[in-house]
Design a protein around this ligand. Sequence first.
Ligand SMILES: *[C@@H]1O[C@H](CO)[C@@H](O)[C@H](O)[C@H]1NC(C)=O
Length: 417
Amino acid sequence: MELFWYISLFITTVFAIDQHNQIILAPTTSLTEDVDVHTPIDIKPTDVYVSGDLLCNDEGCYPLLFEPSSDWKVIKPEQRLPAGLDIRVNLETGLKEAKLGDANPIDDATTTAVTNVHKQVDAPSENYEFSEQFAKLRDSLAKQDYSTVESQFDDLMDFAHDYKHGYKIIIKEFDFLQGVALNNSLPLNIRELDARMIIACIRNNPPVIEYIEQNYPNFVRDIFNNINEVQDVTPDVQLLVKRFINILTVLIESDPTYIVGVVDFETLRKVFYTIDDKQLKLRILEIIASFVDRVHHEELSKTMKRDGIMFVIPKIQDWTKEFSKFVRDSDIDEVHLRKFFNTLYDLKTDFGTDIKIDTSFINWLINQIEIRSKSLNNGIEQRDVEQDTFDRKLIDSRHKVFGNEMADSIKNFHDEL
Ligand SMILES: *[C@@H]1O[C@H](CO)[C@@H](O)[C@H](O)[C@H]1NC(C)=O
């Protein structure tokens, strides 16, 4: 998806709606992305947003929930799919289609790719390794026997970490798992355990991530909404929100187009300043960094990038301060250090003087340049190319990117003498 569309649709939507409305931009991933034959060129990403039970764009509205029939029907952008459908990509049109699942083999000349067949999860005929365990889990949950539910979740947790079993659990049980995670009437510790199981399944498991992205495009949205509904930030709620942010980090890292609007970033900001947890703050900064990184690498003018970011994250200056603070944190690992440095680098490149970098960062940079120059010239033959590339980028950034701030801080220094 091109950012241009993203930004322009964002701008039009922002101006078209009252911001206090509950109208939310839906993720704008192109449905035809994974089809490289006959991809229709006249289909452009449309600005779809959610309004009550409807999805709307320039041309009108259609139901949020896909209404299946026994015939193949085109899935409109961002429609939510009920479980138990057969889904295919029609290779003539490049569009995704779905119909009610049935036992008959699919026999249709226009189709060569059946991307996914996912059936009703609780159908009695569906037996697989864990069907019995999950049936018992559902049963205990229905009886509100929560201590049994806990131990049943624990028993399954190890399998969730496994690549193959994790995938199996997600394709069979995701309706159930997401239902529990997002159900506000269930006890928080049960929801937290459930969310932890989802994390175990998605972490380091790209096929699971892809499955969720394709079949549950609204999951990220639902998590954001659920976080927004939080009234009372008790320690239990904090823990659940932490798990949710963890899920978001993994899904958004894989597909940054998930995160779509001012509301999302405002939610992240609230969580960031409400819950005092370093791990959580690092994760939120990673999400912001993914977004900035994505915008920065679009083929757009600097002004477009700057305006695009400002529209979605008006508080970018606050985040800049946080990136600067965390990059300087002596406990931070090199992976986060590089990520946050790169984000500041990108922001400064695109924003120029429209963004302020604090003096503490500049002092840190001067110090880092000294350390990293030494390690670059340490004469060791076996070089870590990635490390050297980063170190060189950091050293060069002093003049190339942060030059203005340098001059300012040196001037301040002289003023103080
Ligand atoms: C949430 O959980 C309650 C209590 O178990 C249940 O009665 C209700 O149907 C669930 N709601 C949803 C939307 O699944």
